[in-house]
Design a protein around this ligand. Sequence first.
Ligand code: DOR
Ligand code: ZN
Length: 354
Amino acid sequence: MPLDDLRIRTPDDWHLHLRDGDALRAVVGATARQFRRALVMPNLRPPVTTVAAGEAYLKRIREAATMAGHPEFEPYLTLYLTDNTTAEEVRRAAQHPHILGFKLYPAGATTNSDSGVTDLLGKCGAALAEMERTGLVLNLHGEVTHAEVDVFDREARFIDDQLLPLRARYPALRIVFEHITTREAAQYVQAEAGEHRRIAASITPQHLLYNRNRIFQGGIRPHDYCLPVLKREPHREALVAAVKGGSPWFFLGTDSAPHAQSTKEASCGCAGCYSSPVAMELYAMALAQADCLPQLEAFASENGARFYGLPLNEGQVVLRAEAQTIPKSLPYLPNDPIVPLAAGETLGWRFERG
Ligand code: DOR
Ligand code: ZN
């Protein structure tokens, strides 16, 4: 193996959107080619709020992965937390081997979040207490949604307004702060995890690689728009430092969120970056730039599984240090392709299975 190639344990993606139907069939293979397992987020229409609906969705994902040539792919789910989630549903979920948590979408925060939670502490008490008791994880989309809060401040405000009171009321609740984008979030997770070991965070490739200038480079770039939105450079640097520091509380979650080209390149374009086809290459690039490529294995293949109490994968994958140009678009829906993250750019890495 050439010196610069990297061989690591097979990775997992702990934050993923796969959609359903034709879209699911179009994208699942890209994830299953790189990752052995993925934690799939449930913001379908209607959202997946019950164990019964979750089981049916898991079955559709497994079938689609098998059709894409990856019967070995193992999907996990979070269920969608609503104001009406019952303690009984939480109990059922906690007994299901492939349901790992409930996902909090503050109402109105992002794609298909209109059934989301309107008042976490006021309305979800019974569900949260049962999650705390059973050890089921609360996966947080950590942004406040009030119109008067600046879009770039919504994550930091969430920590003060919601996360601190949540933690005070449920000290043993296991939390994953999803797709963190700010220095404040990285510091909060690092400090709290050091003490209580009940919180961790997922980080996307785009938030490690880019700052918010990228969205406006030479014109508006809809394919770089996601939520939480890219932030200033010092925030990106704080996320990179968190990974580089080797803390076990930070792990890979792409938040790959497919939207058809027509719905991204529109007067009101959807939020989400489709990173699955080259996810591991993008992470390798981010860590190589930060001179911490040796951290990739723990970040991508160990920290997340350990936090969720799952065994580590057995096989290996290779990242070859060779140039690869990302396609400008890929097939998605009939007559409506999809533009992947970093489309048309040349990366210095190529993913290969073991
Ligand atoms: O950019 C995003 N896209 N952020 C989310 O929270 C949801 C996701 C989606 O499902 O499209
Ligand atoms: Zn997401």
